[in-house]
Write a protein that binds this ligand. Structure first.
Ligand code: ACO
Length: 326
């Protein structure tokens, strides 16, 4: 059976660190509140770099590990909700920057679930036989769409990029399945109208900037996130006739340590099987899962044949899971 197997992972985060203590100077919050409610200590902020710049660095690392050249890639999919521009796609900018001349390239928008959505699409191209080497990137520069006066959201997010190289391979290893879900009825729980057609150049710039940034009904989002992450995880296991005990590593979207712990508790997952790095990076949206996966691999937590469950939840609402036999 043809499968999509990950042969390279890489990530990149900007060097500028924004600590909770620094946020105390900007809005009415405290390091204690942020740590206790979210698990976040600091996040990274891109100053000069656009999303495609972050993606370029993460991709270079993934290509290096895969041992292939950018010219070997025949498809690039970038998951992002903070593209460099409305168009061209960030994937096209990335294609140019890495020199992937033979690739087709496009973006996917599914907020924090974007990376799993993109892997799902890549898998279908690989299984259908129309792509052999695919570069999948999750990148977001949330600092560019945050309302820095809104303490309910500005403390949560950070910037970064993560990338994987998928190859078409016969055998039992690789992406076993992916499941993607959405429910647009919940759109107004978490959204950012900035630069959309509902808030474009026809709106006055001041009004547009004020109403454009990220808005979230955090508490309601929290409860739905826990439930859907549990359900998506169980669906992935059920579909493959596997159980929680078979898992070697659980890599959830890093939105809030309490969401991750609640979902893991409902799944009866032991703490040592959960990968968490939210303390260092905050919520990097589409980048959070590929950053965590690349970091976990680098740390030696992933081995040949390890069974890894990815699960995400984000604006839309969207949610998704992937099961990988490494
Ligand atoms: N500092 C201090 N106090 C704060 C802050 C802050 N930064 N933010 C809110 N508060 C206050 C509130 O005003 C409220 O005060 P009140 O009780 O006097 O009214 C109190 O803290 C509690 O607020 P809640 O919103 O109920 O706090 P909660 O425990 O729910 O934590 C949080 C908020 C961290 C946002 C949480 O709800 C959360 O993580 N939600 C889900 C995030 C998520 O999963 N998003 C999806 C992925 S992101 C994407 O797709 C782009």
């Amino acid at each position: 059976m043809i499968r999509s197997r990950i042969i390279g992972t890489g990530f990149f985060v900007p060097s500028k660190v924004l600590t909770n203590n620094e946020l105390e100077e900007m809005v009415d919050t405290s390091d204690k509140w942020i740590r206790e409610r979210t698990g976040i200590r600091e996040r990274r902020i891109a100053e000069e770099q656009n999303s495609s710049d972050l993606a370029t660095k993460a991709s270079a690392n993934a290509l290096k590990m895969a041992g292939i050249k950018a010219s070997d890639i025949d498809l690039i999919i970038v998951a992002t909700v903070t593209p460099d521009m409305v168009f061209p796609s960030t994937a096209c900018f990335l294609q140019k920057k890495i020199g992937a001349a033979s690739a087709s390239a496009f973006d996917i928008s599914a907020a924090c679930s974007g990376f799993i959505y993109a892997m799902d699409v890549a898998d279908k191209y690989i299984k259908g036989g129309s792509a052999k080497k695919v570069l999948v990137v999750g990148v977001d520069r949330f600092s560019s769409i945050i309302d820095w006066q809104d303490r309910a959201t500005c403390i949560l997010f950070g910037d970064g990029a993560g990338a994987v190289v998928l190859t078409s391979e016969e055998g039992k290893r690789g992406l076993l399945s992916s499941h993607i879900f959405s429910n647009g009825n919940f759109w107004d729980m978490l959204y950012a109208p900035l630069n959309g057609s509902s808030n474009g150049l026809t709106a006055s710039s001041a009004a547009s900037a004020q109403k454009g940034g990220v808005k979230m009904r955090g508490n309601e989002t929290f409860k739905i996130a826990v439930k859907m992450m549990e359900e998506a995880s169980l669906e992935a296991l059920r579909c493959n006739h596997l159980g929680v005990a078979d898992l070697d590593l659980f890599i959830p979207h890093q939105a809030n340590a309490r969401i991750i712990n609640s979902a893991a508790q409902r799944l009866s997952l032991p703490q040592e099987k959960i990968y968490m790095n939210i303390d260092k990076y905050g919520n990097t949206s589409a980048a959070s899962i590929p950053i965590a996966m690349a970091e976990a691999h680098k740390a030696g937590l992933i081995h040949d044949n390890s069974l890894i469950l990815l699960v995400a939840f984000g604006g839309g609402f969207t949610w998704a899971s992937s099961l990988i036999r490494w």
